[in-house]
Ligand binder design. Structure first.
Ligand SMILES: [Zn+2]
Length: 170
């Protein structure tokens, strides 16, 4: 396992539409290990493959275990995800590991159901709410080259935050 460099938002890789995965080979398993290690190293809640320079439809998500929500602390690895249900729009605060030090309140759904394949290639459905739902939407966006601030009406809505008070970065 290795911590990989997280690309920053101006990198063109983060604007690509990522390709679907058809074979779970050893290289992909190594990539999953590295995504997990890199996410933990950066204290993030999620990380998508394009953020480390690999344009495939894969991300990992893990909310902190002290969040009072279902699946808190559970690690999810998802290939070829697709959001199949969403409800209850709200505007939570959000940041991105590819744009450290900046946050904004972006429109997200409080409840989502996402389907995809897990690390073993089995089809799974994850019912997420709150922070988990938010992270699933943020990471899923990365696979289509969409960044969190694309949801804002103006870049003036971005706020600077102190490193010490790091918010949710995914
Ligand atoms: Zn992000």
């Amino acid at each position: 396992m290795a911590v990989r460099e997280i690309l920053s938002v101006e990198h063109p890789m983060l604007r690509r539409k990522c390709t679907k995965i058809h074979h779970l080979d050893a290289g992909l398993q190594r990539l999953v290990d590295d995504l997990i290690e890199t996410m933990h190293h950066a204290n993030g809640v999620g990380l998508a493959a394009p953020q480390v320079g690999v344009p495939v439809r894969l991300f990992v998500v893990q909310t902190p275990d002290d969040v009072d929500e279902p699946h808190a602390g559970e690690l999810f690895v998802l290939y070829n995800p697709e959001i199949i249900k969403k409800s209850d729009l709200y505007y939570p605060e959000e940041g991105c590991l590819s744009m450290p030090g900046w946050v904004a309140n972006v429109p997200r759904y409080r409840h989502v159901v996402i389907k995809g394949r897990n690390r073993q290639g089995r089809e799974v459905r994850i019912k997420g709410e709150g922070l988990l739902a938010q992270a699933l939407q943020h990471e899923n966006d990365h696979l289509d080259g969409i960044l969190f601030f694309d949801h804002l009406e103006s870049m003036d809505q971005l706020r600077r935050v102190e490193k010490a008070a790091e918010p949710v970065e995914v």
